[in-house]
Design a protein around this ligand. Structure first.
Ligand code: SF4
Length: 445
């Protein structure tokens, strides 16, 4: 693969990676939007939020100039409400449920309003939360991502001393390392983590990995309970010839490098194929384009109807000039001198298996895409090895829980390591559920 780093000017990089959803430019613009809200009884927007943010309440608080109250309403339900306002697929959640859709009018811009309140709270470090006196109880949390931090914040507020063990050098998990840079900046992620820990009682130990630096048994002997929120790990392999060639990478590593090393230093091909059609695939494809790839093609084995990403995400990819080939599955990656030269795809058709989603089956017809980079975005594998190593009940590496309890007494879990990888907002709710179960466990007498 031709190493195409530093191919754009500093100004071009800045433009390509600037905020894709700009905030309200003025206070009046936010007020006008907030005043459109009908403050529905039994609000469908709240019902469709996995963390049940009281949307009409916080919007009303904005209209009455009570921005601190609005931020408190949001962050009480979702301590990562700032980040979620930038990365949530709102067209599938709150905004998709807004009653204005029924009137065929523009839904309330809930995410922008949420961002309006929470960004101020985080930037100005509003002390919205206080901590109860210490109970003397200690809990270890594994993973400083959305699930771990959400759990830690609830526990800390209740007077529990929490130590979070994080294998990376920064907190935020997927928010910090796995999402396109034009959606949420590393600076914002860092500020959000600092805001969460500012409640006190949360000590994050960075560069400490479960199974390498610490074990569950060590944690169990030093703490009153353990919450596992280590997410999902490796990208699922394609298991096709040529996967080892230079120029084949996975979307999570690609995005991680952009987030971690800065975009000008990340190599990108000239012609790039991205396999998959989830949000991570879209993030990888659009960022490859924005890094300067001249041609990016997304390859998906089903059709637009079954794609996991939202229509809004698809539109972003199209606006960025990415091509999409539906009903195609990778068959082989070809190369010369160890470098990718082509992706051979099989044309698929859909058949009804009698249950679930239509199943893609090969037609026997093939075609080649002449590319010098292939990015795999076909989902992630749970940390099966880790889960098995601790003999925790699981299904194909996904931890099995009952009311957040794992099969090991005193060990709780939630987030991607349980569900296999959902939205940030789902992980935040899992962290709240985990904290509730841990509090019941610690104070059961
Ligand atoms: Fe406001 Fe729309 Fe929610 Fe109704 S559904 S409360 S109009 S945001």
């Amino acid at each position: 693969m031709a190493v195409r780093n530093n191919r754009l000017s500093a100004e071009e990089y800045e433009r390509q990676f600037s905020d894709i959803h700009p905030p309200f430019e003025t206070h009046d613009a936010a007020l006008v939007e907030a005043n459109r809200c009908l403050y529905c009884y039994d609000a469908p927007c709240t019902k469709s939020c996995p963390t049940s943010i009281n949307v009409p309440k916080f919007i009303k608080q904005i209209t009455t100039e009570n921005l601190k109250g609005a931020a408190h309403t949001i962050l009480t339900a979702n301590i990562m409400g700032g980040g979620c306002s930038k990365v949530c697929p709102v067209e599938k959640l709150c905004e998709g449920a807004c009653v204005y859709n029924l009137m065929e009018e523009e839904p309330i811009h809930i995410a922008r309003l949420q961002r309006y309140a929470t960004e101020r709270a985080i930037a100005e470090k509003w002390p919205l939360f206080t901590r109860k006196p210490s109970t003397g109880k200690r809990v270890a949390v594994v993973g400083a991502g959305p699930s771990g931090l959400s759990c830690a914040h609830v526990l800390a507020a209740e007077g529990i001393d929490v130590t979070v063990y994080e294998k990376e050098s920064k907190g935020g998990g997927l928010m910090t390392y796995g999402i396109a840079a034009y959606k949420v900046t590393p600076e914002f992620c860092e500020a959000e983590v600092n805001f969460i820990t500012s409640i006190g009682g949360i000590d994050i130990q960075y560069n400490k990995e479960l199974g390498k630096d610490i074990t569950i048994d060590q944690l169990l002997s030093a703490y009153d309970a353990v919450y596992l929120a280590f997410g999902v790990g490796l990208t699922r392999q394609l298991a096709i010839p040529g996967e080892e060639l230079h120029g084949v990478t996975d979307a999570i590593s690609f995005i991680y490098d952009i987030r971690n090393s800065g975009y000008p230093s990340v190599p990108v091909g000239d012609k790039v194929a991205v396999i998959g059609m989830g949000m991570t695939a879209i993030d990888a494809a659009t960022q490859a384009r924005r890094l300067g790839a001249s041609e990016v093609t997304l390859v998906y084995r089903r059709t637009q109807q079954e794609m996991p990403c939202t229509e809004a995400e698809l539109d972003i990819a199209k606006l960025d000039g990415c091509k999409i080939i539906w009903l195609a599955a990778p068959k082989e990656i070809k190369g010369e001198n160890g470098q990718v030269t082509a992706l051979v795809c099989e044309v698929m058709k859909l058949e009804d298996p009698g249950y679930g989603r239509p199943a893609p089956v090969p037609t026997g017809e093939t075609f080649s895409l002449y590319v010098d980079m292939v990015i795999k975005a076909t989902g992630q594998m749970p940390y099966e090895r880790m889960v098995n190593c601790y003999a925790l009940d699981n299904t194909q590496g996904k931890l099995s829980i009952n009311n957040s309890h794992t099969s090991k007494p005193g060990v709780f879990a939630g987030g991607d390591c349980v569900n296999g990888g959902k939205e940030v907002v789902d992980a935040v709710q899992a962290g709240k559920d985990g904290a509730k179960a841990i509090l019941q466990y610690l104070f059961k007498d």
